[in-house]
Design a binder for this molecule. Structure first.
Ligand code: HEM
Length: 393
């Protein structure tokens, strides 16, 4: 079959990794359309990500703006604008703040597990992997408890707004407006009476420097929803799917739960929730000897770099004990995922609690993959299990 890169085909959706293997071997810098170049080897993906002056993020699109103003956010800017914005949000989104959330993440996780424990069955996605990150982001942003249900609905709308289907976008625009309005008011309220939440921290940063607008704070809240929720859901789903498909590894994890953090890294590497993103060339350039003109779109495939044998020996093998150092699932360079510590912590706690509470976790029929252009995850992951002996709880 001729080599192609078309993520819309069923063949690609069924097994993107087979396509990546061919790309790396036959055409590591593949010209796939008029102005479109696909980069698939680890070293070349890293090269693209480490050179933002040549491979710009400006074309990445911002948060979905109803009025099309295309507000600048950290994801769609390059240095020096990016450096400035990233420093502001870094101040508000510290690793310490994230580490302090562990008890609360555990409490939420336990509450969600309690709801399904007696039944011996759950859909991991709907029952845990979706509600956990949404609840955490709502709390980080400081959404009042009585607005949490609204917030969940808006989140779905914001996430769907990134979907390709324009009619779906149209239908959800009311929720998007409500989301914007709520956060614009929230910013105003924090100006008058700061609290201990992320919006207040951003307002403080704005007042200190005077260069972050209300619009930009709202866009950042939206970015957190888009960048942080579905990705974390997919990490938890993909990791569980991998473990169910490799029961011997699930056993090793049970024998020693201290392996969970490395299992999470391996799941990120082996089945990356963000498969690829986009960059735009600012000048004529070359990747691994292939010339790429200025103004073209480059697609660095993070998930393919992660399956490159030159970097990860026997890369197609899922191995919870391997050295995963340098994997690209959170990107690399200046745009390295801001939420990586939070995503790692949520996944760690989720698996600690699931393995502690449930024995004999197995896949039930009707698991379903998510249909998405560049995200990879499970839409449904039905599991059966037995409660663990009381002494293990
Ligand atoms: C497993 C879960 C996650 C994965 C796989 C993931 C993946 C990524 C990747 C690949 C990038 C780099 C984008 C680029 O190269 O242009 C990124 C950036 C980002 N992520 Fe995550 N992410 C996850 C969770 C989160 C969470 C929980 C949050 C926030 C609560 C978050 C917030 C962000 C933000 C704000 C950026 C933009 C950073 C910048 O451009 O400087 N992510 N993420």
């Amino acid at each position: 079959m001729p080599l192609d890169f078309n993520p819309f085909t069923q063949e690609f959706k069924d097994d993107p990794y087979a396509v990546y293997t061919r790309l790396r071997a036959e055409a590591p810098v593949f010209h796939t359309g008029l102005n479109l170049w696909v980069v698939s080897r680890y070293d070349d993906v890293s090269h693209v990500l480490k050179n933002p002056q040549v491979f710009s993020s400006a074309g990445m699109g911002g948060s979905p703006n109803l009025d099309g103003r295309g507000t600048r956010t950290i994801i769609n800017t390059d240095p020096p604008d990016h450096t400035y914005l990233r420093n502001l949000v870094n101040r508000a989104f510290t690793p310490r703040m994230v580490a302090e959330m562990e008890p609360r993440i555990r409490e939420i996780t336990r509450g969600l597990i309690d709801r399904v424990a007696a039944s011996g069955r759950m859909d991991l996605v709907a029952d845990l992997a979706v509600p956990l990150p949404v609840t955490i982001i709502a709390e980080i942003l400081g959404v009042e408890p009585d607005r949490r249900d609204d917030f969940k609905r808006w989140s779905t709308a914001v996430i769907s707004a990134t979907a390709a289907d324009p009619s779906a976008r149209e239908a959800l625009s009311g929720d998007l407006l409500a989301f914007r309005q709520y956060f614009e008011e929230a910013v105003e309220r924090r100006r008058r009476a700061p609290r201990d939440d992320l919006i207040s921290a951003l307002v403080r940063a704005e007042e200190a420097d005077g260069r972050l607008t209300t619009e930009e704070i709202v866009a950042f809240a939206m970015l957190l929803l888009i960048a942080g929720n579905e990705t974390t859901t997919n990490l938890i789903g993909n990791a569980m799917k991998a473990l169910c498909d490799h029961p011997e590894q699930m056993e090793r994890l049970r024998e020693d739960p201290a392996r969970i953090p490395n299992m999470v890294e391996e799941a990120l590497r082996w089945d990356s929730p963000v498969q690829f993103l986009f960059r735009t060339t600012t000048q004529d350039t070359e990747v691994a000897g292939t010339a790429i003109p200025a103004g073209n779109t480059v697609i660095p495939i993070y998930a393919s770099g992660n399956r490159d044998d030159a970097k990860f020996p026997d890369a197609a093998r899922f191995d919870i004990e391997r050295n995963t150092q340098g994997h690209l699932a959170f990107g690399m360079g200046v745009h390295f995922c801001l939420g990586a510590p939070l995503a790692r912590l949520e996944a760690k706690v989720a698996f600690e609690e699931l393995l502690r509470r449930f024995d004999g976790i197995t896949l039930e029929p009707r698991a379903k993959r998510l249909d998405s252009l560049f995200l990879r995850g499970m839409e449904r992951l039905p599991l059966a299990f037995e409660p663990a002996p009381v002494s293990a709880r």
